[in-house]
Design a protein around this ligand. Structure first.
Ligand SMILES: [Mg+2]
Length: 342
């Protein structure tokens, strides 16, 4: 048996099966966006780490070192935001081949520092090491949250409405453009105006920290996570953690005019990007229906970010289904990102 036979999630299940937690301080261990730990102080600690590896997540040709530095901070901030928390301190481990230009590393750190300043994060340590031929950067981020504001994947309840921030699919559409520089895009207007925006969505994701704080402080939501592997597979994670099912309506999924135009120009459905493309770093959350309008308006007013209701939580037996634009209801297959399998 090889890793590709069990995939990323099969591997995680296997590796974490016999982990015993001896400390009653661990509120949440493996299986959510972050780990949650009780402290002597009134707040919980939130712990998360995420890595970017050359050849898997990026190539030197497609992202600048400055963007790379910003991105490694952003994807970790997104996991803290996914719980409603506030990022605080970071440790950075970086592996570098010895022929790496010093200025390249300077620029990675330029991006890391810029983004840390933006999100008020202190860089307090890390590790540098020789890597034979690939660059990797792993960021370990500590955050905090008041216990009563914490939102987990496991709190969704039947009849909750399912909401998302922003648009879905821009990042994976952008990646498709980046990976296929000679792609024939018939619409010349698309070429000029939209290409940059989609590429930007992939190269410089913007974690929804402000929005997540509004959601957490409202005390309306029952569950939340960030969409990093794609809506179809991330919704399945909320359903599994909460032991519920869900229904979503394809026509309600928010897709930008840029992704619509791009999908059309290559003869694909925009929902391929919106449902199964990863790295949007938008928030996916569930909330009782009486609070839907209030939260949508509050977030729109305070951050200008659009929030869209896309479906409803059902009981477990119902499974996870999607109503297509043609009215047909089918099980929602998950084709999101899965390391070793994808
Ligand atoms: Mg996450």
């Amino acid at each position: 048996m090889e890793l590709k036979d069990i995939g990323e999630f099969g591997l995680i299940k296997r590796l974490t099966k016999n982990i015993t937690l001896y400390k009653e301080r661990v509120i949440v261990g493996v299986g959510d966006d972050v780990a949650v730990v009780k402290t002597e102080a009134e707040k919980y600690l939130l712990l998360t780490c995420d890595i970017l590896i050359e050849g898997t997540h990026f190539t030197k040709e497609t992202i600048t070192p400055y963007q790379l530095g910003k991105k490694v901070v952003a994807i970790n901030v997104s996991d803290i935001a996914a719980k409603g928390g506030i990022p605080k301190q970071a440790l950075i481990s970086i592996g570098l081949p010895k022929d790496t230009k010093v200025v390249y590393v300077d620029e990675i750190y330029g991006g890391i520092k810029e983004q840390s300043k933006k999100f008020n994060i202190d860089i307090v340590g890390g590790n540098t090491a020789l890597s034979k031929d690939k660059i990797f950067i792993d960021l370990f981020l500590v955050g905090e949250i008041k216990p009563d504001l914490l939102l987990l994947r496991s709190g969704a309840k039947p009849d909750d409405k399912i909401l998302v921030t922003g648009n879905l699919g821009d990042s994976s559409a952008g990646l498709k453009i980046i990976e296929n520089q000679d792609l024939k895009l018939e619409d010349i207007k698309f070429e000029k105006k939209y290409k940059t925006k989609l590429k930007q969505a992939h190269l410089s994701p913007n974690p929804r920290l402000l929005e997540s704080r509004i959601i957490a402080k409202s005390n309306f939501a029952n569950s939340m996570m960030d969409i990093s592997d794609g809506l179809s597979s991330d919704l399945a994670k909320i359903c599994e953690a909460s032991n519920v099912g869900a229904i979503i309506w394809e026509e309600k999924i928010p897709v930008s005019k840029e992704t619509l135009a791009f999908a059309k120009s290559i003869g694909k459905s925009p929902f391929n990007f919106a449902l199964h493309g990863g790295e949007d770093y938008e928030l996916l959350f569930t909330i009782p229906k009486e609070n839907v309008e209030i939260i949508i308006k509050k977030i729109q007013r305070e951050t200008k970010t659009k929030v869209t209701e896309i479906g409803e939580i059902k009981d477990r037996k119902f499974g996870i289904k999607i109503v297509k634009t043609n009215g047909e209801m089918t099980p929602l297959n998950t084709y999101g990102w899965n390391h070793f399998k994808t």
